[in-house]
Design a protein around this ligand. Structure first.
Ligand code: 5RP
Length: 268
């Protein structure tokens, strides 16, 4: 691996082999998402606990100070919205020159395997990989399912993740699916991070799925709403960080959350 690529990968995946990415890119297709209405206010307190920020160029420029030292994974696909015809019909929204100008450590793009736009999204990924490899910038592929959340079974996720890796993604972000998740990871020859999905009911459920996914071979998470939509987001990210980087059990993570939330004001 070229020095630049290896250096950027090391910024993303920490020396213990694990990673906690903090996605705040949701607005690119769903507008001002709950508790991300004012991105700066959401991002600032969480930034010290994330290993990288997954973000669009617009929110990066407007809402993150340039003296930030956390690595940036630039969301570079989009062009669709929740009120439009088909979320899967994405294009590449941001050039590699722009990613370099913004000092991105990686770029991220969604693929929509099985959708009407499967081919376009896979060719977008391939083109992005060609560009990224030229400049030593890793591509993270996001196996997206649009509105069809039912597609989150192990067979589908293994297929989509493997295709992403085959086309050259250096990291794959996919959903945790419980049973069979170990097969998703085993069939994907590059590091896998788990996406969060909609908020679940209790913190413990989040800790349990993150812990289980790590046991099954994920290198970490790319977890958004389950962190910043929580009433105590800083306590939440600290507890998840403990699972990822200190091998904490769900019970230990819950104890940490319970003790940390006393130090934080409940989100309105
Ligand atoms: C949105 C994304 C998000 O980065 C991803 O879904 C993770 O966020 P959450 O944990 O809120 O699902 O790719 O397009």
């Amino acid at each position: 691996m070229e020095w630049g690529m290896a250096n950027r990968m090391a910024q993303l995946i920490q020396s213990d082999g694990h990673a906690l990415f903090l996605p705040v890119d949701h607005g690119y297709f769903q507008g001002p998402t709950r508790r991300l209405e004012e991105p700066r206010k959401t991002i600032e307190p969480l930034l010290p606990c994330g290993d990288a920020l997954f973000i669009t160029r617009g929110v990066l420029r407007s809402s993150v100070d340039p003296d930030n030292t956390r690595p940036v994974i630039l969301r570079v696909s989009g062009g669709t919205s929740v009120v439009g015809k088909d979320l899967a019909n994405e294009g590449i929204t941001t050039s590699m020159e722009e990613a370099i100008r913004l000092n991105a450590s990686a770029v991220g793009i969604s693929i929509f395997v099985g959708s009407d736009y499967e081919k376009e999204s896979l060719l977008n990924l391939s083109k992005l990989v060609d560009e990224g490899e030229k400049y030593g910038i890793p591509v993270m592929a996001v196996t997206a399912v649009g509105k069809e959340l039912g597609k989150r079974d192990a067979r589908y996720l293994a297929l989509a993740s493997r295709i992403a890796a085959e086309l050259g993604a250096r990291v794959v972000k996919t959903y945790y699916c419980g049973e069979g998740f170990e097969k998703v990871v085993r069939g994907c020859p590059v590091p896998v991070v788990m996406a969060g999905g909609p908020r679940v009911n209790t913190e413990l459920e989040v800790f349990e799925f993150v812990f289980d996914g790590m046991q099954k071979g994920a290198v970490g998470v790319n977890l958004g709403r389950n962190i910043w939509q929580n009433d105590f987001p800083v306590a939440m990210i600290k507890a998840i960080r403990a699972i990822i980087h200190q091998n904490a059990t769900p019970k230990e993570a819950q104890e940490l959350y319970d003790s940390e939330k006393g130090k934080e004001q409940k989100k309105p």
